[in-house]
Design a protein around this ligand. Sequence first.
Ligand code: GLU
Length: 294
Amino acid sequence: MRNEERESSSRVFRFAPSPNGFLHLGHAYSALLNFSLARACGGRFLLRIEDIDKGRARAEFEAAIYEDLAWLGLDWERPVRRQSEHFDDYARALERLDAMGLLYACDCKRSDIAHVAAARADWPRDPDGAPLYPGTCRNKPRRPAREVLAQGGVALRLDMARAVARAGEAVNWRERRPPGSTDAVALVDARPAQWGDVVLARKDTPASYHIAVVVDDALQGVTDVVRGRDLFQATSVHRLLQRLLDLPEPAYLHHDLVVDPSGEKLAKSRGSETLRALRRQGVSAQEVRRLVGV
Ligand code: GLU
């Protein structure tokens, strides 16, 4: 019992929003679930600001995240890690992948890829529905990643076939179930190849979500990644990168998404009811917690 207690209290959870809009009920659910799971096991709860997309991240949204989460009654450790302050960490990870010969420069435009893909009705698509990269630049002479990133308009892609081969034995992950479920943990086989040669960096965004999230989860000692089901398939890429970079393996829990009355996923981009709009309408934090059931 004492061992279990010691083990459970070392668990680390995180809520990692991107400050691209105001938080809505879906975020409230994710943040509250992380917070309550951490509390239940005496673990830690971190907040991370995922602001690598400089074109979309805004200080106003970041300030609103702190305000909305505090209003919900959450408390998190300080200082908060802001991804835009850690590009060096991501560059180091990219250098390691580059040293393994797993990265290449790609100057194809989205329209070039769409053009190739349009030639065949059954062109394979990634889990988000985008056509897989046809590999046009894969066999061009390779250049150091650092040099590529200094040049605008060029992306660094992961050579997926090589990366999978290098990773060796099949990669999988432990998927936990939400509280109250009967079965505790499932082992899921990662299928990173379904994403094709993913982009890991560009000059204007020198780290992709995939690279930043695995580096940060490792550096912050995150043991439990609890996030929405919409990121379930991306976990295949994350597990592959963790294996290649020798990073520890967190457990995952991909929770259901909060849907609006028409059954559609809530999204910032569609202007779904934000927490601040609810607050202005007189909805209390307690009512929000009841609404999302945490
Ligand atoms: N920043 C991502 C988002 O807001 C979440 C990333 C994660 O939890 O791994 O959708």
